[in-house]
Design a protein around this ligand. Structure first.
Ligand SMILES: C[S@@+](CC[C@H](N)C(=O)[O-])C[C@H]1O[C@@H](n2cnc3c(N)ncnc32)[C@H](O)[C@@H]1O
Length: 216
């Protein structure tokens, strides 16, 4: 899913994962937090929910300024891999898979968070093309062609561990079996998306990770 992803696709994807987000939020000290950062915020849907749950200053970062950024948040139109505000919590959804080196990014975030700081992932897809679903394979290939990692979700825990985080809790919503998003198919596959109308199964991974001290 590229930076040109339609807002409507982001919205549908967001609705489907309401329960997962609720659980992720319940693992975070939101009432005690004073600063939260959401990199790759898109339309800001995640932080719109967070606003009512925390008194923290919420900073949203994206390279694109989209409509819908909630009033009450600070929006920074910047490259998140070059801007690391200090915070108690970083939280993102469907962002890390777009980075060239997510582990290097997470190491830099760990410095901004400090020992004990939390990084929450509300969702990252894994489009496994090892199965026999040609549509999932095509989507995976098209995301890969954009420079993204379509399997990123399935390596989530490993990536965080490699970057110096411990796992507070992590899991998989598996698999989301639903009719494919037509707008998303058209964007990713063009005409190739048209013949497909069946349901597809794609896994979503989530987790809350804590920055470990030097002794790990
Ligand atoms: C798939 S969208 C997800 C948006 C939103 N988090 C959501 O779940 O609806 C990924 C977002 O990450 C942004 N993004 C990708 N690389 C970025 C970077 N290096 N710095 C800031 N934003 C970035 C894109 O512009 C896009 O808005």
């Amino acid at each position: 899913m590229s930076p040109r992803t339609p807002d409507s696709t982001l919205g549908r994807q967001f609705q489907n994962l309401r329960e997962t987000r609720r659980h992720v939020f319940s693992l975070l000290p939101l009432r005690m937090a004073s600063a939260i950062v959401e990199p790759g915020c898109g339309t800001g849907l995640l932080s719109r929910e967070l606003l009512s749950l925390t008194p923290a200053r919420i900073t949203l970062i994206d390279t694109i300024e989209r409509q819908g950024i909630p009033a009450g948040c600070v929006f920074e139109r910047r490259d998140a891999t070059r801007f690391f505000p200090s915070a108690d919590i970083y939280i993102s959804s469907f962002f890390l898979y777009q980075l060239k080196n997510p582990a290097a990014y997470l190491k830099r975030v760990a410095k901004a968070l400090g020992e004990g700081g939390l990084y929450a992932v509300a969702g990252e897809f894994s489009y496994s093309d090892a199965g026999c679903d040609p549509l999932v394979s095509e989507l995976a290939a098209s995301l890969r062609a954009e420079g993204f990692d379509p399997m990123f979700g399935s390596g989530l825990e490993q990536t965080f561990r490699a970057a110096g985080y411990g796992v507070v809790e992590a899991g998989e919503v598996s698999p989301l079996r639903e009719a494919p998003d037509r707008e998303f198919l058209k964007l990713q596959l063009g005409a190739a998306g048209e013949p497909f109308s069946k349901r597809i199964a794609v896994s979503v991974f989530w987790g809350v990770f804590r920055v470990l001290g030097n002794r790990g």
